[in-house]
Design a protein around this ligand. Structure first.
Ligand SMILES: [Zn+2]
Length: 365
């Protein structure tokens, strides 16, 4: 069975307007194109097509999420407010999250695209799937968007799978370099969803995602890594925290909040992963899905702001998902490999702290 591929040119038309990098324009911050622009994502999709990989995937056309589907996660008043502001010509959630007149309907298509991928995987038409959606979602809480996120795509898709597809236990692995605070908030009280976030310590939202945030039932697991962490730290974090948590929880479906902003070229964080690191992590979650849930695995796109590095990281992920290796070699790989990236003692200490605070075993069945 093939790998599903969700993509729409419409995603690229979400208008995040102008900003000063990740911050709003202010008196001394000159306006420029918002850093959460279409370039990195469109170039990822283009490389998947140009490499020939697209022809080996099953293309899945996204549909918009309904308001009823969104309100399994979000407050109705919040959804209505986004719709109202968009209809008035566009709005701004504050904190550098402006959106355009058509961004509401495109955000519905992003949440719906993640649902489309989940339906195809659970329904058995594809083995696993990648949803290249935009805007991203993991910072959006039930009542508020921030961090370039309007609706929490992965949380909406998880709730949909439980409500309508007969899926019980869902594990969410978030390897975007920023904390998956919106996903954590959504599932804080819910022992049926394991939410694991591996992120750069305290970078965004500021101070969010400490190891001591474990949720009401121990099913929230945070792995904050120091700035400068590379392949070695991520491999250790997977071996010591992420994979043991997945194995204890034994999910019926694994979802990944797949950001590429932990790559060594990203302007919004300071981690050092390469395309090979992302290929490796994908292989590990794929193996976990094979151990626990007949391979049912969906990745949905979050951040990643290097327009030249994201396409190669993304291609590696989709190659690993599909088991198809193209002739493409990542020309940036030797540069990142020169950064180093071995596990250092202070990183090992941070991982040990996360391991000690991981109480997800308490909810394992
Ligand atoms: Zn991010």
């Amino acid at each position: 069975m093939a790998t599903g591929w969700v993509w729409s040119e419409r995603y690229m038309w979400h208008d995040a307007g102008t900003a000063g990098g990740p911050l709003p324009v202010s008196r001394w911050v000159e306006p420029m194109t918002h850093i959460e622009g279409p370039d990195a994502k469109r170039r990822f999709a283009n490389l998947v097509a140009a490499s020939g990989l697209l022809e080996r995937l099953t293309v899945l056309a996204p549909r918009p999420a309904t308001v009823a589907e969104l309100t399994r996660v979000h407050r109705r008043s919040y959804v209505d407010e986004i719709a109202r502001q968009a209809a008035a010509g566009g709005g701004n959630l504050g904190g550098g999250t402006p959106f355009g007149e058509f961004s509401y309907e495109i955000a519905l298509l992003a949440a719906g695209g993640t649902i489309t991928a989940v339906e195809a995987v659970v329904g058995g038409t594809v083995e696993n799937a990648y949803a290249l959606v935009r805007p991203p979602g993991h910072h959006a809480t039930p009542e508020h968007g921030r961090g370039f996120c309007l609706f929490n795509n992965i949380a909406v898709a998880a709730r949909h799978a439980q409500a309508t597809l007969g899926v019980g236990r869902i594990a969410i692995v978030d390897w975007d370099v920023h904390h998956g605070n919106g996903t954590q908030d959504t599932f804080w009280d819910d022992p049926s969803v394991l939410a694991v976030s591996i992120h750069q310590d305290g970078v965004y939202p500021p101070r969010s995602g400490p190891v001591t945030d474990t949720g009401a039932h121990g099913t929230i697991v945070n792995v904050p890594l120091p700035a400068g962490s590379g392949d070695g730290a991520y491999r250790a974090a997977f071996a010591d925290v992420v994979e043991p948590a997945l194995d204890r929880f034994a999910p019926d479906l694994i979802l990944v909040a797949c950001g590429f902003d932990a790559n060594g070229f990203d302007p919004l964080a300071r981690q050092m992963l390469s395309s090979e690191s992302f290929r490796w992590m994908t292989g590990r979650v794929k193996a976990a899905a094979e151990r626990h849930c007949e391979g049912r695995l969906v990745l949905t796109h979050e951040g990643g702001y290097s327009p030249f590095a994201v396409p190669f990281c993304g291609l590696a992920v989709v190659e690993e998902l599909s088991g198809v290796r193209t002739e493409v070699e990542d020309p940036f790989l030797p540069i990142v490999e020169n950064y180093g990236g071995r596990l250092l003692p202070h990183q090992a200490e941070a991982i040990a702290r996360a391991q000690r605070n991981d109480t997800s075993w308490a909810s394992s069945s």
